[in-house]
Design a protein around this ligand. Structure first.
Ligand code: TRP
Length: 451
């Protein structure tokens, strides 16, 4: 079995996506997600958005617009995991665990933070004037996004490379401190798509909201047309030959046309196609390419509850990995149940905990339960509730009797049955391979001792 490459990236939810975002990030990400070897995680980085924006309406609007844009552009949520960062409570929890190992000196060197400090100094202000802990800790939150899902590849813009490197640093430190030879976190790699178009904007500079030179993506055909009419061109009159290689209108055309269409357009420009006509051609091309998605976009925007459902389902999918993994990490740093911790302490005194062991306890409702812990203290099973201690004791005895076990896998966990009654359940595992390994471990643990 080949393992798929996990690709993960976050989209900060401030603003409305424009044509440049579409060609530079959205379209290539959707194409990449179609690769059968890719296991893609795309999410709305809405916690990150809070760092840059304190206007609740804008935050809400942008989250919806960005979700609708990705879905309308063709993201297949069956194939990828698409979610809102803020729907995964394990993310802020992991952020704290990582904050406790991230060195402040490392974060002091973050470009975004340093730029703010420099600006303050330039203006003769206090170095930290107006700088929040959110901005300072931004890279730790991003490290949690990445490490939570053990991403291998992280497609980002150049300005984010440093953040991915910090995620490696922080993850490595956690592995070193708590891994005991095992690596909790895979080391992520930043991927910069060199081949992907950075689209020029209306004035020829990079298309960017901050230059106010963008072409809107899905707002309306009319808006798109009016932006295109404002593309700056040279003053050559209709009939005069144009120079396609020095025309950003041509560059825009190229980014959305087939090679044949592009060659034809080039020929026409060389033969003196007027700029007004050329703009009309560009509009037609974009409208043909994006018109259907635009319709889907407006449909999605008009039914926010559908999108809510899609995103909640995505969060549930993501949490199948995040919840058990975070439980493991909590365990590793010492945030453990008193019950199993006490047991580990006493049994290690007694017999240096050689094999797996049953630990019984009383549940809040007074019923009797037990856990089966592996030699390393990891929980293999948690029993159902039994009315009295004797019944629970009998079950543990039968499980150890060396008879064939009735183990029934279900999703990413499994349960153990005796006489057609379920007596205990496993925790949830990150994937079916981990679940099957645990089933094997359980069989070994409960096999009759060989001496
Ligand atoms: N900081 C990224 C940006 O502004 C967005 C982001 C948040 C992200 N978390 C991430 C990107 C994790 C990749 C992986 O572009």
């Amino acid at each position: 079995m080949t393992t798929r490459t996990r690709i993960l990236t976050g989209i900060t939810t401030t603003g409305t996506p424009h044509l440049g975002n579409y060609a530079g990030a959205i379209r290539p990400a959707i194409v990449a997600s179609l690769d059968t070897n890719a296991d893609s995680f795309y999410f709305l980085a809405d916690y990150h958005a809070l760092i840059k924006c304190d206007d609740p309406l804008r935050i809400q609007r942008s989250r919806q617009e960005i979700a609708a844009t990705w879905l309308a552009a063709g993201l297949d949520v069956e194939r990828v995991t698409f979610y809102r960062q803020s729907d995964i409570p394990e993310i802020p929890e992991l952020t704290w665990l990582l904050t406790c190992v991230a060195s402040k000196g490392l974060l002091n060197r973050a470009h975004a933070y340093k730029a703010s400090v420099d600006k303050n100094l330039e203006n003769g202000e206090d170095p930290d004037a107006g700088i929040t802990m959110g901005l300072f800790s931004y890279p730790v939150l991003m490290a949690a996004d990445i490490l939570m899902f053990n991403a291998n590849k992280v497609p980002v813009g150049r300005d984010q490379i440093q953040h991915v490197e910090m995620a490696r640093d922080i993850g490595q430190r956690f592995n070193h401190l708590f891994g005991k030879g095992k690596d909790f976190f895979a080391m992520p790699e930043a991927v910069i798509e060199e081949s992907v178009a950075t689209l020029p904007g209306l004035d020829g500079r990079k298309m960017s909201k901050s230059y106010d030179n963008t072409i809107p993506l899905f707002s309306s055909a009319k808006d798109m047309k009016s932006a295109i009419s404002r593309i700056v061109t040279d003053s050559r009159a209709p009939g005069e030959a144009k120079d396609p290689d020095n025309s950003h209108l041509f560059t825009l055309y190229q980014a959305f046309s087939t090679p044949e269409q592009c060659a034809e357009f080039r020929g026409e420009l060389l033969q003196g196609l007027g700029w007004g006509e050329a703009k009309e051609r560009l509009f037609k091309l974009l409208d043909a390419d994006l018109g259907e998605s635009r319709e889907r976009y407006h449909e999605l925007m008009s039914r926010p509850s559908d999108m809510e459902d899609i995103l909640l389902a995505g969060a549930q999918k993501a949490r199948k990995t995040a919840t058990p993994f975070l439980a493991e990490l909590r365990e590793a740093v010492g945030l453990r149940s008193f019950v199993s911790a006490a047991q580990t302490a006493t049994s290690s005194k007694k017999k240096a905990a050689k094999g797996p062991r049953f630990v019984s306890f009383r549940d809040e409702d007074g019923s009797f339960r037990f856990r089966l812990l592996a030699a390393d203290g990891e929980q293999l099973l948690l029993s159902r509730n039994f009315a009295d201690g004797k019944a629970a004791g009998q079950v543990t005895k039968q499980l150890q009797a060396g008879e064939a076990l009735d183990i029934r896998p279900q999703d990413l966990s499994f349960s153990v049955w005796l006489h057609d009654a379920c007596v205990a359940d496993s925790p949830a595992f990150a994937d079916s391979a981990a679940r099957d390994a645990a089933i094997e471990a359980l069989r070994v643990a409960l096999a009759p001792a060989q001496d």
